[in-house]
Design a protein. Structure first.
Length: 464
C-alpha cells in the first residue's frame, strides 16, 4: 500500500502538463472556429435589412439578435443564419421593429437648423431624406432625430422626399406627415414661396390630404417722391410684366415734372386688386409736394406734405373711401408752409412753366377732369394762391375735330370745370373768369395726333 501511494503521488504532477496541452489544443481549435463562424454569419446576413443586429458565437452555437422590418424579413434572416455551415444551434432573439400608430414624420425649419424627427420606415429611406435635406438647405445644420418604425403609409418615401424639397422655401416652419395627412405651417422665405409650395403639393402621391398654413412675407410696393432730385423712385414688387408696365405708365401720366426711376421686380403673391389700388394711391401721392407711398399687403400708407390745406383734407378723406373692401389706408399728411406771394408777372411765368411740363386733361369729348391731371391741378392751385389779388382767365381750347359749335361749348365747359376745382380748393369764384375759344386758336397743325393733342389745352392768363 505504501508503494502504491508513493507511485501515485509521483504520477499526478504529470497530469498538469497534459491538461495544459489539452486546453491549448481546444483554444487553438475553438477561437479560429468562432472567428470563422462570426465572419460567415455576418456575410450571410448582408442582404437582409435589419436594425440593431448582434451576433455572438460560443463554439458552434450562435446567439442572433436583431430587429426586422417584417415577419418575412425576420424569418429570412433567421434561416440565413441557420444555413451557415458549421452552425449547430441558433439562439433566436430576433424581434420586429416597433410599429408606429399613427406613423408620424416631421421636418422642422429654424433659422440656422433643420431637424428631421419622428419615424422612418427603413435605414435607406432615412439616409435618403437626410441627404435630400442637405442638398435642399445648404450651409446650416441638419439634425437627425428619426427612429425606425413599421407602419409607414403607402408611398411614404415619395411624399416625404417632396416635402423635404419645400423646406428650402421656408424661412421658418414645420412639415408633418401623420399617416396620410400632411400639415405645413410657417413663413415663406421669399415672395412667391407660398405659391410655389402650394403648386408642389399638388404632386403628392394619391391619397394624401394637405392642410397648408404657409404665410407669405409682406408684399411691399413703395414709391418715393423727391422734389429736390425731381425723381419718382418705384421699388418693391409687382405681380407680372403687364402690371409692371401699367403702373410705370400711370406714374408717367400722373407725375409731370419728375423722372420715373423704375426698380420694380415681378413676384407672385400680390393681393387682389393690387394694380387698381396702386394706381389710385399714385394719384394721391401726385398731390403731395414730397411724400412716400408704401403698399404692404392690403394696407396703403401715404405720408408727406400736401400743397395746401384743402388738398390735405381731401386726401385724408378720399383715399380710404376709394379703396376696395378688405383694404385699409393710413395717412400722415401735413401741409407744406405757404410759399411767398409773387406779383402778376411772376405768377404768369409760374403758370406758363407748369403748363409747359404737363397739360390738364379731360375725358374724351367731355368736360370731366381726367384723374391723371389732379397732381398738376394742385400745382396750379398752389400757384394761384401765391397771387391772391390777381384775376385769372381760365381759357379752354379744343382741336378741330367735330362741329365748331360743339367744340366752342366744350371748351367753355372745360374751362368752367377747372374754375370749379380752384373754387373747391378755397379760393373766391370772382378771381377766375372761364373762357372758351373752341378750335379757333390752335398752337399746332391739326393734321396729326400730336398736333391735336397740343391744341386740346387749358391756358392760365393772369390779369391785374
Amino acid at each position: 500500500m505504501r508503494g502504491l501511494f508513493r507511485w501515485s503521488s509521483k504520477w499526478w504532477p504529470g497530469v498538469i502538463p497534459l491538461a495544459m496541452l489539452w486546453v491549448a489544443a481546444v483554444w487553438t481549435t475553438t477561437v479560429p472556429l468562432e472567428t470563422d463562424l462570426t465572419a460567415r454569419t455576418t456575410d450571410a446576413l448582408k442582404d437582409n435589412v435589419l436594425d440593431k443586429t448582434t451576433i455572438s458565437i460560443a463554439g458552434r452555437d450562435v446567439t442572433f439578435s436583431a430587429e426586422a422590418f417584417s415577419e418575412q424579413g425576420r424569418s429570412s434572416a433567421l434561416a440565413s443564419v441557420e444555413a451557415v455551415p458549421g452552425v449547430r444551434l441558433v439562439n433566436d432573439q430576433t424581434a420586429l421593429v416597433p410599429e408606429a400608430k399613427p406613423f408620424v414624420w416631421t421636418a422642422q425649419r429654424e433659422v440656422g437648423k433643420v431637424t428631421l424627427s419622428g419615424s422612418a420606415p427603413l435605414p435607406v429611406v432615412r439616409n435618403k431624406l437626410l441627404e435630400a435635406a442637405r442638398t435642399t438647405v445648404t450651409g446650416i445644420e441638419i439634425a437627425d432625430q428619426m427612429k425606425l418604425s413599421r407602419g409607414a403609409p403607402p408611398r411614404f418615401e415619395a411624399a416625404a422626399a417632396l416635402l423635404v424639397g419645400q423646406i428650402g422655401k421656408l424661412k421658418t416652419g414645420k412639415v408633418t406627415i401623420s399617416d396620410m395627412t400632411v400639415n405645413l405651417t410657417g413663413m415663406a422665405r421669399e415672395l412667391g414661396g407660398r405659391e410655389a409650395i402650394a403648386a408642389a403639393l399638388k404632386n403628392l402621391p394619391d391619397g394624401y390630404s394637405v392642410a397648408n398654413e404657409i404665410h407669405a412675407p409682406p408684399y411691399i410696393f413703395e414709391v418715393n417722391k423727391d422734389p429736390v432730385a425731381a425723381t419718382l423712385t418705384l421699388t418693391g414688387y409687382v405681380p407680372d410684366n403687364a402690371v409692371h408696365a401699367e403702373i410705370v405708365a400711370a406714374a408717367g401720366r400722373k407725375f409731370f415734372g419728375e423722372k420715373v426711376v423704375d426698380k420694380l421686380k415681378a413676384s407672385l403673391g400680390a393681393p387682389a386688386n393690387f394694380a387698381s389700388v396702386v394706381t389710385r394711391a399714385l394719384g394721391s401721392l401726385s398731390r403731395l409736394s414730397t411724400g412716400t407711398l408704401v403698399v404692404s399687403d392690403r394696407e396703403v400708407n401715404l405720408s408727406g406734405d400736401a400743397l395746401y390745406d384743402a388738398a390735405g383734407n381731401q386726401i385724408r378723406t378720399d383715399l380710404p373711401k376709394d379703396l376696395p373692401q378688405g383694404w385699409q389706408a393710413k395717412t400722415e399728411i401735413s401741409v407744406k408752409p405757404a410759399a411767398a406771394q409773387v406779383d402778376a408777372t411772376v405768377c404768369q411765368q409760374l403758370f406758363t412753366d407748369l403748363l409747359a411740363k404737363g397739360s390738364v386733361r379731360f375725358e374724351t369729348g367731355r368736360a370731366t377732369l381726367d384723374a391723371d391731371s389732379i397732381g398738376l391741378l394742385d400745382r396750379l392751385t398752389e400757384t394761384a394762391l401765391r397771387c391772391p389779388t390777381a384775376t385769372i382767365e381760365i381759357v379752354g381750347h379744343t382741336d378741330s375735330d367735330g362741329d365748331d359749335s360743339f367744340n366752342q361749348t366744350l371748351s367753355e365747359r372745360r374751362a368752367q370745370a377747372v374754375v370749379d376745382y380752384l373754387v373747391k380748393a378755397g379760393m373766391p369764384a370772382d378771381r377766375f373768369k372761364p373762357m372758351g375759344y373752341g378750335s379757333a386758336q390752335p398752337v399746332a397743325a391739326n393734321d396729326t395726333d400730336e398736333g391735336k393733342a397740343k391744341n386740346r389745352r387749358i391756358d392760365f392768363i393772369v390779369r391785374q
